[in-house]
Design a protein around this ligand. Structure first.
Ligand code: FA5
Ligand code: MG
Length: 411
């Protein structure tokens, strides 16, 4: 079912591209599309990369020194450069990785939802667009790097709102501790004993102190509110998450933890311990530059780009807030229904004109057991006013394609 759905979705997205593109004049030049399609849209039955996503790969926003993502990356790297430990710096790994790199090396079990096709963009059954920069941890550890930073674009089929985008950027950080720092300890075979040990505590405390130092360095703002939360990742233990308060909400900016014994074992490093973190560059940049919507990072609009300079943190001045257009769509769902498939369809049809997809009502009929969902789509351009005609056309396409590609029953 799913497989067929994805193939159909792809066909739909392809067929619709001219419509979507004509409403997005500021996207990439056409020539890169064909190039991207051949590599990422493989024709493999498991491929669920859409032209919209393929078109985002390779923009390398994090390497542009006058782009907010490049500016914040440089700033974070500068902080680490000032520390005692010397970090090797990477930012050019291929975003196409294997399931081994992205999941198996990291203890992520086959049934983990993050591996499913509703969450991840696959090129084939074994190749995918990395969902996190942790996909490169093990390779660098095996190559003998003991402390490193690694930045890149990552891809996820995810919810749609002002702080979530299907393509975003992460920076990974890893640090191994020396034998001396571990009080001479090299035998970590008793797992419970390790987790309860003062050495494990040393690693966790160093991790938090390093990241708190980073936030202080990057923001230089005594009023910035942050909080630590316990988290879970299969590849760290214990695991934590850091939130920053922004626009009246706690915004999750990074996940981190003490590297899991199994991950190190697989790299031939059973006698070593260390920490790792993965931070979302957009999230930090939104706070630092006061950028209200994650889609802005992808714009080609000069009014955005002329506001930023290499090495300089400045407050973004919205050139204008164009009015939103709200459209609701409600339908009965088939049993196979997955919300991310609808999100993906919306993105394929409306592109960056869609600011938010919000489930505003779910209802299950007690007699039939059938479930209905109602979504509110917020259309808003970052660059201009939208016309009724174009939004109605997009919404009509979304309705038609939801009915045919996702087999929902429109209400
Ligand atoms: C991870 O991706 C882990 N690999 C992080 C990690 C690395 C943990 C090393 C432990 C050790 P998570 O899925 O929470 O974790 O994502 C990390 C960060 O990416 C989030 O905190 C958030 O800042 C950012 N992020 C996640 N999803 C999105 C999205 N759709 N759009 C923008 N940013 C996102
Ligand atoms: Mg998280």
């Amino acid at each position: 079912m799913r497989r067929q759905g994805v193939v159909m979705l792809l066909a739909v997205a392809r067929a619709l591209r001219p419509v979507a593109r004509s409403t997005r004049p500021k996207l990439r030049p056409k020539s890169t599309v064909a190039e991207a399609e051949s590599r990422f849209i493989t024709g493999h039955p498991d491929c669920n990369v859409t032209p919209y996503i393929a078109n985002l790969v390779g923009r390398d926003l994090h390497k542009k020194s006058a782009h907010p993502l490049g500016i914040i990356k440089d700033r974070i790297e500068a902080y680490f450069e000032g520390l005692e430990t010397s970090y090797d710096v990477f930012d050019g790994e291929d975003p196409v990785v294997t399931t081994t790199q992205c999941f198996d090396d990291l203890n992520i079990p086959p049934e983990h939802p993050g591996r499913s096709k509703s969450d991840t963009y696959y090129l084939t059954d074994t190749e995918l667009l990395r969902t996190h920069t942790s996909a490169h941890q093990s390779q660098h550890l095996r190559q003998g790097h003991e402390a490193f930073l690694c930045t890149g674009d990552v891809y996820r089929r995810d919810e749609i709102d002002a702080s979530h985008f299907p393509a975003f950027h992460q920076m990974e950080g890893v640090k191994l501790f020396s034998e001396a720092e571990m009080n001479g300890r090299t035998d970590f075979s008793d797992k419970e004993a390790w987790l309860a040990s003062p050495e494990c505590d040393i690693v966790g405390k160093d991790l938090k102190a390093t990241l708190e130092g980073l936030i202080k360095y990057v923001f230089d703002d005594p009023d910035l509110q942050t909080r630590w939360r316990d988290d879970y990742f299969p590849f760290t233990e214990p695991s934590f998450e850091l939130d920053v308060f922004y626009q009246d909400e706690w915004l999750e900016v990074l996940g981190c933890g003490v590297i899991h014994a199994d991950v190190l074992d697989r790299c031939g490093l059973a006698s070593r311990r260390g920490w790792a973190f993965g931070l979302g560059l957009e999230r930090l940049a939104m706070v630092l530059f006061a950028i209200p919507d994650i889609r802005l990072f992808w714009t080609d609009d000069e009014r955005f780009h002329k506001q930023f300079k290499e090495g300089t943190v400045s407050t973004f001045k919205p050139y204008s807030k164009y009015p939103p257009v709200f459209k609701d769509i409600a339908f009965w769902c088939p049993e196979s229904y997955v919300e991310n498939d609808f999100n993906e369809l919306a993105r394929s049809i409306g592109g960056e004109l869609i600011e938010r997809v919000e489930n505003i009502d779910t209802f299950t009929n007690p007699k039939t057991g059938k479930t209905s969902n109602c979504y509110r789509i917020t259309y808003r351009s970052m660059d201009r006013s939208l016309t009724d005609v174009e939004i109605n056309a997009l919404q009509d396409s979304l309705r038609d394609e939801a009915a045919s590609a996702l087999s929902v029953e429109l209400r």
